[in-house]
Design a protein around this ligand. Structure first.
Ligand code: SF4
Length: 381
C-alpha cells in the first residue's frame, strides 16, 4: 500500500492537475496589495447637482483628499478574525474576499476559510436543517458549523463570518441577457442564517457577527456601495478605504485568472505538440472542492492525463478564434456569446462543451450535483 501510494504521488508530480492547483492557490495570499493612500493624497470625485428649474442632474468633477479612518480603528482591525465558508460562489471569488479584507488591514492569518468538504465534516455539521435540493448547498451548513465549532475557539475567536449572497458573477461570454447566479447559490447564505439562529443563535452565543449582504459582481460601482454599506460599521472604515480595497480585490482576481490561463495555455500547447490528450473538467466552481468531485480527477492524473480547469482555458479572442473560425466565417457571430436565457454557469458549460468538441486534444469530464444540470448539457448536444 505504501509503495502504491508512493508511485501514485510520483505520477502526480509528473502530470499537472490544475483543478488541484487552483483549489489550493485561490484561498491563499498571493497578491501583495498596494498600500492604502495617505490622507494627503488627492483623488478625483464627482458632484451631482439638480439642474435649473429642478430639471435633470448636472455632474461635475472635483478633487479632494483621500479620507482615512482613525489610527484606533486601524489598530482594532488588526485584531479582527474573519471566517469565510469554502462553498458555492466563494469558489469563484475567494481571492477577491481575501484581498478586500487584507487591504483594509485584516492580517493574512486572520482570514480563515473553512476546511475542504469531507464525509466527517458532513457527519458533524450537516444536521442543522435545510430543504435545499442539492448537496453543494446543503453542505454549506457543515462549513458554517466547521467555522463555529472548529475555527472559533476560546483563544482564537472569530469576530465575523462572511457568507455573501452573490447574485451575479462575471462571465467572459458576450451578448448575454444577464449573468445571474443560481437562485439556490444566491439564497443559501440567508437559509443558513435561519438554520443557525432558529432555536439557538449560535453566532450571538459566540459573539460572532454574521454577514450575508447581497452583492453583484457585474456592476462594479454597485458592488462598492454594497460592500461599504455592509462592512463600514463593523470594520470602522471610510468609503474611500472600502473603494480602494475593492479595486485591489479586482486586481487580485485578474491576476489569478491570468496565471491560470497561462498555465492552461502551456498544457494545451504541449499536448497538441505531443499529440496527447488533456482532460478538461466542466462543472460548477465548487466542483473543484475534492469533497465534491470525489477526487475523480486524481485517478485520471495518475493515468498520465494533465487536468485542466475551466478557469485555465485561455479566453482571449485571438486564441479562441482558431477553434471557432468556421462558425465565425460562416456567419455564426454568436460563438463567444450566450444562449441567452440560462443561468451563467449553464452558459459557460455549454461554451466549454463546444470548445472541447472543436479541440481534439481535449476530453471532458462533466461533474454535476443535480440531475437537472445533466439534462441541460445533453439538451444542448
Ligand atoms: S447550480 Fe445546481 S447544484 Fe449548484 S447550487 Fe444551484 S441547484 Fe445546487
Amino acid at each position: 500500500m505504501i509503495q502504491l501510494t508512493q508511485e501514485r504521488n510520483q505520477l502526480k508530480k509528473q502530470y499537472p492537475n490544475l483543478i488541484d492547483y487552483e483549489s489550493r492557490r485561490m484561498f491563499r495570499h498571493f497578491y501583495d496589495q498596494a498600500p492604502m493612500p495617505s490622507p494627503e493624497q488627492p483623488i478625483e470625485d464627482v458632484k451631482a447637482k439638480t439642474g435649473l428649474l429642478g430639471l435633470g442632474i448636472r455632474k461635475s468633477k472635483f478633487t479632494r483628499q483621500f479620507q482615512r479612518s482613525s489610527t484606533e480603528a486601524m489598530e482594532r482591525r488588526k485584531q479582527l478574525r474573519i471566517g469565510i465558508p469554502k462553498v458555492l460562489n466563494i469558489w469563484s471569488t475567494a481571492p477577491f474576499w481575501r484581498t478586500y479584507f487584507e487591504t483594509l488591514g485584516i492580517e493574512q492569518k486572520n482570514i480563515v476559510f473553512s476546511d475542504n468538504t469531507s464525509e466527517e465534516m458532513w457527519q458533524e455539521g450537516g444536521k442543522y436543517g435545510s430543504i435545499d435540493p442539492c448537496y453543494p448547498s446543503k453542505v454549506a451548513q457543515a462549513h458554517i458549523h466547521n467555522l463555529l465549532f472548529k475555527h472559533h475557539t476560546e483563544h482564537k475567536a472569530l469576530h465575523a463570518i462572511v457568507f455573501p449572497c452573490i447574485t451575479h458573477i462575471p462571465t467572459h461570454l458576450q451578448n448575454v441577457v444577464d449573468s445571474t447566479s443560481c437562485p439556490i447559490v444566491a439564497g443559501a447564505p440567508n437559509v443558513i442564517k435561519a438554520a443557525f439562529t432558529k432555536e439557538t443563535d449560535f453566532f450571538k452565543e459566540r459573539g460572532i457577527t454574521y454577514f450575508d449582504p447581497a452583492v453583484t459582481f457585474t456592476e462594479p460601482n454597485m458592488l462598492k456601495s454594497q460592500l461599504y454599506e455592509a462592512f463600514s460599521n463593523f470594520l470602522q472604515i471610510t468609503e474611500d478605504e472600502s473603494n480602494f480595497a475593492v479595486d485591489q480585490a479586482w486586481k487580485a482576481m485578474e491576476m489569478f485568472d491570468q496565471e491560470m490561463q497561462e498555465k492552461g495555455r502551456m498544457i494545451l500547447e504541449q499536448v497538441e505538440e505531443e499529440n496527447r490528450i488533456a482532460i478538461l473538467m466542466i462543472g460548477r466552481p465548487y466542483h473543484s472542492d475534492p469533497g465534491l468531485n470525489h477526487s475523480i480527477l486524481d485517478e485520471f492524473q495518475v493515468l498520465g492525463y494533465p487536468i485542466l480547469s475551466m478557469r485555465s482555458i485561455p479566453k482571449d479572442e485571438v486564441w479562441l478564434r482558431r477553434f471557432f473560425k468556421a462558425d465565425l466565417e460562416g456567419g455564426r457571430k454568436d460563438r463567444f456569446s450566450g444562449f441567452k436565457t440560462c443561468f451563467v454557469r449553464c452558459l459557460i458549460h455549454k461554451f466549454f462543451l463546444k470548445y472541447s468538441v472543436k479541440r481534439f486534444n481535449t476530453s471532458i469530464i462533466i461533474t454535476v450535483s443535480f440531475a437537472a444540470h445533466a439534462a441541460c448539457h445533453f439538451i444542448f448536444f
